[in-house]
Structures are given as structure tokens and as C-alpha cells.
Design a protein around this ligand. Structure first.
Ligand SMILES: Nc1ncnc2c1ncn2[C@@H]1O[C@H](COP(=O)(O)OP(=O)(O)OP(=O)(O)O)[C@@H](O)[C@H]1O
Length: 274
């Protein structure tokens, strides 16, 4: 659907990312070739340390690849100057990351419209109202991040990503801090963004129920793609993750998942790196 002939999606070709060097080198991504097709909702899953966040950061142009290529909407990121990369990120990409990256001195509303303020454009009032209503932020718009709960900060970050209607949204555990009802609404909003607006969503999650909202799930392990599942259901996703010997699907990311995995809970710690 894009004028770029690449459907507004993103893809990688033999993307490799190595952190550090010598004996300390960590191969976070090892020749990953994957597509996040335009107008589709793709979930990314895999054990802790599999490279999920690294993949998102590289595809979103926030980190350089060590080797290989990344294309967003047909544009190869490696060929861009910093300035053009910044512009592409601002104009085409919405981010919701685990660190919410909200500016502490701005109110929730100012944080939400910040991308537009930076770009010198104005938000579509009706869409802004819809996003604020669905994310139940109406009462909180005048508050600063420090006056908001983790879940509220998450919703502000999500609103900021949605409000510009970017072609592609990268979300790193967007429901991780939310209660199950708000989590389900957020997933519904991402689904609507895909179905109603033709946006592209790539979402890292540990939650099989969240992944069940996607059109496909990409499974990563040890920096490699090990499987791709179309039309995922929570049960099939959970089975596949168990097959990866994973510690996930168990108490990692909140109540939506607990509904699917009752009896499985056995908390798993984060390594705090992502
Ligand atoms: N900045 C960094 N410097 C060094 N190593 C890193 C860095 N970021 C990530 N890594 C390492 O790269 C590997 C992949 O990390 P990444 O955060 O992408 O995994 P993940 O699948 O997102 O994990 P999680 O589910 O725990 O968030 C891990 O071994 C991690 O320790």
C-alpha cells in the first residue's frame, strides 16, 4: 500500500549485531533475515536474551547493524545520513519501548504530541481524543511522568506512538505493565491501527495471549529466527515456546497472560538489559 512499493513494512537481510569485541563479544543477532510485512501485525517472541529488543532497535534505526541490511518501507537504513535517518524515524516510525522515554518536565499531553511539536505539525484532534479515551488518559493529561504510575506512563508512550499514525509501529512489550483490561484494549488499538489504518505493527511480547492478536509470530532464539507461525493462537504459541525450552509464558508480563497460563506461573527475572 505504500508509494515506496514495499507496502510500508520493514525487513532485514542477514542482519547481524555483535556487542563488544574479543572474548567479550556477544552475537545478539546472527544473520537474521525476516520481514514485517506492511499492513500486518507481527509479534516477536523468544527466550530472554534471544535478541528481540536488539532486532527491534536495529530495524527501527536506533542501533547500527554490525553487518547485513535493514529496509524500512523499501529504504535501506545503512545508506542514510544521520539527518535522513532521523527524519525517516520521525515521519514513519512510532516507538513504544520498555523505557518509556517520556520527558520528565513535560505533561502527559505535551509528551503525547511531542513528535508533532518537533515536526511542526498539529495533531488530528479527533484521533488524539480517540487515543486518549481508549487509553484512559483523559484525567491525566496535565500530569508529569513522575506523577503517573508505570502503567499510565506506558499508556502515554503508546499514545505518543499512535497519535502521528506512523506507517510502522515498534512496540517492546507494550502490555507489560498494564492490567489485563487495559492490556486487551491496547492490543485492540494496535489491531485497529493495522486493520483500520493499514499501519504495520511489530511487537515484542512474552505473552501468548498478546501474541494471539498478531497475524504472525516470529520466534527468535540465540539471535536466530527459529520459527514463524501464521494465525497464532495463545495455545499454539505457548506450545511452541515450551518447545524452545523457554522460561517465558510464565509470570513475565502481567495478567492477560496469566489467564492463558494459569498454574504455570513461576516468576522469571529480567536481565535488565533491554
Ligand atoms: N548494549 C549491549 N551491550 C552488550 N550486550 C548487549 C547489549 N544489549 C543487549 N546485549 C546482549 O545481547 C543479547 C540479546 O539481548 P536483547 O535485549 O536483544 O534480548 P531480548 O530477547 O530482548 O531479551 P529480554 O526478553 O530479556 O528483553 C543478550 O545476550 C544481551 O545480554
Amino acid at each position: 500500500m505504500g508509494e515506496d512499493g514495499d507496502g510500508g513494512g520493514a525487513r532485514t537481510v542477514r542482519l547481524t549485531k555483535v556487542y563488544g569485541d574479543g572474548a567479550m563479544a556477544v552475537r545478539a543477532l546472527d544473520e537474521v533475515t525476516v520481514e514485517f510485512p506492511g499492513g500486518r501485525f507481527t509479534a516477536i517472541m523468544g527466550p530472554s536474551g534471544a535478541g528481540k529488543s536488539t532486532l527491534m532497535h536495529c530495524v527501527a534505526g536506533l542501533e547500527d547493524a554490525t553487518s547485513g541490511k535493514v529496509y524500512v518501507g523499501g529504504q535501506e537504513l545503512g545508506g542514510l545520513t544521520d539527518r535522513r535517518l532521523t527524519r525517516l524515524r520521525r515521519e514513519r516510525i512510532g516507538f513504544v519501548f520498555q523505557a518509556f522515554n517520556l520527558l520528565p518536565t513535560l505533561t502527559a499531553l505535551d509528551n503525547i504530541v511531542l513528535p508533532m511539536t518537533l515536526a511542526g505539525t498539529r495533531p488530528d484532534r479527533e484521533w488524539l481524543d480517540t487515543v486518549v479515551r481508549v487509553l484512559r488518559l483523559g484525567e491525566r493529561l496535565g500530569h508529569r511522568p513522575s506523577e503517573l504510575s508505570g502503567g499510565q506512563q506506558q499508556r502515554v508512550a503508546l499514545a505518543r506512538a499512535l497519535v502521528t499514525r506512523p506507517r510502522i509501529i515498534f512496540a517492546d512489550e507494550p502490555t507489560g505493565n498494564l492490567d489485563s483490561r487495559t492490556g486487551a484494549e491496547v492490543l485492540g488499538l494496535l489491531r485497529d491501527a493495522v486493520d483500520g489504518l493499514g499501519q504495520t505493527v511489530a511487537m515484542v511480547t512474552h505473552d501468548p495471549v498478546a501474541a494471539g492478536h498478531a497475524d504472525a509470530v516470529v520466534f527468535l532464539a540465540d539471535g536466530r529466527i527459529v520459527d514463524i507461525m501464521d494465525a497464532p493462537t495463545p495455545d499454539r504459541v505457548l506450545d511452541r515456546m515450551r518447545g524452545l525450552g523457554d522460561d517465558l509464558g510464565r509470570g513475565r508480563s502481567g495478567s492477560a497472560q496469566d489467564e492463558a497460563t494459569q498454574g504455570e506461573a513461576r516468576g522469571a527475572g529480567r536481565d535488565g538489559l533491554s
